[in-house]
Design a protein. Structure first.
Length: 248
């Protein structure tokens, strides 16, 4: 699908008169536990000509598209990207560190990376993933569970645990989070990853209550330990300087 994705990116650039600075895969394909029928979740950051940013009027800062061959695209304008970075937006950080990159402007990535690291707020991102993991845990509290929901709960719970224990931007690739679990649990999860690769998105699986208890315990610990995490170290002046340099 990569050639089709690149073709679509070029089409968007031409029709919307923009430059895509970074285009990546998000969702289950980037996380490493896609189902055969998973969509391609393309996420991108773009910029307009610099004169557009001199206007006093608010303008649309989002581009979205959906194609018949399962390309689900969503992009944010550079200005919106910087506003979200200031808040240590978890989705933005996961885009920037995605292991699957379709297009990137090297200058943008080089300038943006130090800002992403500096603005990363362990407490803000931790609470984001805590909220998500609690929601997915409730979806898993049944005798049969949609396997997709189980993995969403696993990923968000382990991401929260990573932030608490490592204090760094969490990895996007799910397999890298498995260093946080014991060998027995890791084997259970890896078996489920292999199963998910053969099943559709709507597949339901008998609940593994032992694994559910493991998740429940981690989420409870995350909720307690997140309270003592630090915030980000954003510097608005430096962010403005980098913003202008990217537009040059």
């Amino acid at each position: 699908m990569t050639p089709k994705i690149l073709e679509k990116i070029k089409e968007i650039e031409k029709t919307r008169n923009i430059e895509v600075l970074l285009a990546v895969e998000s969702g289950s394909r980037a996380w490493g536990f896609a189902s055969p029928d998973s969509d391609y979740d393309i996420r991108f950051i773009y910029r307009h000509e610099k004169d557009r940013y001199l206007s006093p009027w608010d303008k649309d800062e989002t581009i979205e598209f959906m194609t018949e061959d399962d390309l689900d695209g969503s992009g944010w304008d550079l200005r919106k990207t910087f506003h979200l970075l200031l808040k240590s937006n978890a989705a933005l950080l996961s885009w920037f560190y995605s292991p699957i990159v379709y297009k990137k402007n090297e200058k943008f990535v080089e300038l943006f990376r130090p800002l992403a690291d500096a603005c990363f707020s362990p407490i803000a991102v931790s609470y984001h993933y805590l909220s998500m993991s609690k929601k997915y845990l409730e979806a898993c509290r049944n005798e049969e569970v949609k396997l997709k929901s189980y993995f969403y709960c696993l990923r968000t719970a382990l991401t929260g645990k990573w932030i608490i224990e490592k204090g760094t931007v969490p990895p996007v690739l799910f397999s890298e989070l498995l260093v946080l679990v014991d060998d027995y649990t890791r084997k259970k999860i890896e078996d489920l990853i292999a199963l998910k690769a053969t099943k559709g998105e709507s597949y339901y699986h008998p609940n593994d209550w032992e694994l559910f208890g493991f998740l429940e315990k981690i989420i409870m610990e995350n909720e307690e330990r997140s309270k003592s995490l630090r915030g980000g170290k954003s510097d608005k002046g430096e962010m403005e300087r980098i913003f202008r340099e990217i537009l040059m």
